[in-house]
Design a binder for this molecule. Structure first.
Ligand code: 3PG
Ligand code: CO
Length: 548
């Protein structure tokens, strides 16, 4: 894994790699494109340099290992590609293949949970939507059908409503679809019901330990059958809890009870529990709570002897969970590993909400270090709030940390991720997202000014679109409106490509972006920053975007 020195580009410090999370280069440049409407003199200046130093690359669909080109990009696949320089068949694709070939139902993970089917209960915890970012309904249905076919007599669904990767308000439709399938299973001899639920940003799906309270609420509802809100059916639960000012993402935890008031889905010794999300970040914590004997992040009160499996193994370093239905993508020989093996020093920083994106995802879903002596990972604590309330987030603090790292001269590459365009974009609040983009742009200026001062080199990019389109659209791309004429917000990512800008005084005059590779994607960026650091990119990576 030895990196060869670049024949033209000298080893320069600092090399800044900056990711504007959720900043797409969308063709539709109207009042609902927050990146376009926002005052962004820094990004404008980069764009104005023209195609020798600025272009866009694909960040969605097959270019990042997703099943189809209708799949929007997301941070997991985006940061995986940016870190590894390869297009890897991702979780969503691997689950599809496993279901299609039927290997899911013969693999060790299935054999591990199967003993519960005949006389215990199978519990399925799932983000209930077709977002394709963390889960998909057709895959959940595949798991349910497989279980019923293999003799499952009792099934309980623990549903997490979405409204983030799919439009707000769709939770009712997804539940109706699920309910119909559960009724069919019940008719066919498997007693199938919703046991508990809640919004994905209220219960269970916390990430990077931002708020263990969310996971505790999820554990209480799904496993213990305890929540403040109880209902005798799930449709009434959603109708009651999803009020005008509560989005699907934030529906509070609820439990379904029988006529006697007992929870219908509390987990008992001998039950099997499967987390049906394929994406790791937001299910690592619940997996720890369901798997670890020794666990002190909250008081579980009761810890049934359950057979727990994930849709995938979520953390390759921790081997968590031990049992899983589909083997995860193998993401090896990433840039981080190359750097560590070549004695190069890395600095990576973001705030909590994106911290694992620039470390865990970047390093191929590994929570550890390749070589701790060479890698510094700095996490700035995020606020716990709905981020349209605080759209500036921690961009200033991230900037300060990035600048300090560059000034120190200790690092061969300084990597920072600004969470704002994505995290605020997910709230669907256009004004706040514009503010988020402006803050991000102002902070980027500070970093680029310092690169200038220090004679360094930079690469600015993003992992997928989000802030670049804040409304739902018709096929003709017109903004859809509700009955009162208000635009229907888009909370999800987009299919837009993302910008790539290079520059800095350390960049030799002959170096510029290639004008071929029109189909280049995020994986092509890895070789690009390796070049900018003064090395030839390994052959196993997608081609670099620069010529010299
Ligand atoms: C989330 O988990 O917040 C969204 O589903 C996807 O957002 P991300 O891919 O930008 O993290
Ligand atoms: Co996002």
């Amino acid at each position: 894994m030895e990196l060869q020195p670049h024949p033209v580009i000298p080893k320069k410090k600092p090399v800044l790699v900056c990711i504007l999370d959720g900043w797409g280069e969308n063709d539709i440049k109207d009042e609902y494109n927050a990146c376009h409407v926002a005052k962004t003199p820094t990004m404008d200046k980069l764009r104005d340099q023209g195609s020798k130093y600025y272009r866009s690359v694909l960040a969605h669909g097959k270019a990042v290992g997703l099943p189809t080109n209708d799949d929007m990009g997301n941070s997991e696949v985006g940061h995986n590609a940016l870190g590894a320089g390869k297009i890897i068949a991702q979780g969503a694709s691997l689950v599809d293949i496993s279901l299609e070939k039927g290997t899911m139902f013969t693999d060790p993970g299935w054999n591990y949970i199967k003993p519960a089917f005949a006389s215990n209960t199978l519990h399925l915890i799932t983000l209930l939507s077709n977002g394709g970012v963390h889960s998909r309904y057709d895959q959940l249905l595949g798991v349910m059908k497989g279980a019923v076919k293999d003799g499952c007599k009792r099934m309980r669904l623990h549903i997490l409503t979405d409204g983030r990767d799919v439009p707000d308000g769709t939770c009712h439709e997804y539940l109706a679809t699920l309910q119909k399938d559960l009724d069919d299973f019940t008719k066919a001899g498997c007693d199938a019901k919703v046991g508990s639920g809640g919004g994905r940003m209220s219960v269970t799906m916390d990430r990077y330990e931002a708020d263990w309270g969310m996971v505790e609420r999820g554990y209480n509802a799904h496993i213990l059958g305890e929540a403040e809100h109880t209902f005798t059916d799930a449709a009434t639960a959603l109708k009651t809890l999803k009020t005008a000012d509560v989005s699907d993402q934030y529906i509070p935890a609820f439990v379904i009870i029988d006529e006697a008031g007992a929870p219908v889905g509390a987990v008992q010794d001998g039950d099997a529990v499967v987390c049906c999300n394929f994406r790791a970040d937001r299910v690592v914590e619940i997996s720890k709570a369901l798997e670890y004997e020794n666990f002190d992040s909250f008081n579980r009160k009761r810890f049934p002897k359950m057979l727990y499996a994930g849709m995938m193994q979520y953390d390759g370093d921790l081997h968590l969970p031990t049992n899983y239905l589909v083997p995860p993508p193998l993401i090896e020989r990433t840039s981080g590993e190359y750097f560590a093996k070549n004695g190069l020093r890395t600095f990576a920083c973001s705030e909590t909400q994106k911290f694992g994106h620039v470390t865990f995802f970047w390093n191929g879903n590994r929570s550890g270090y390749f070589d701790e002596a060479l890698e510094t990972f700095v996490q700035i604590p995020s606020d716990n709030c709905q981020f349209n309330e605080k759209p500036l987030m921690k961009a200033r603090e991230i900037t300060a940390a990035g600048k300090e790292a560059m000034i120190s001269g200790k690092y061969d590459v300084v990597r920072v991720n600004y969470a704002n365009p994505d995290m605020v974009g997910h709230t669907g609040d256009l004004a706040a997202t514009i503010a988020a983009c402006e803050e991000c742009d102002a902070c980027l200026k500070e970093l680029l000014d310092l690169v200038d001062e220090l004679g360094g080199v930079f690469l600015v990019t993003a992992d997928h679109g989000n802030a670049d389109d804040m409304v739902q659209r018709s096929k003709k791309k017109e903004c859809l409106k509700d009955a009162d004429g208000k635009p229907l917000p888009l909370t999800s990512h987009t299919l837009a490509p993302v910008p790539v800008a290079i520059g800095g005084p350390g960049l030799p005059a002959s170096v510029e972006l290639r004008d071929d590779l029109p189909e280049a994607g995020l994986a092509n960026i890895t070789g690009t920053y390796i070049n900018l650091m003064g090395y030839l990119a390994p052959d196993e990576m997608e081609p670099s975007l620069v010529k010299w």
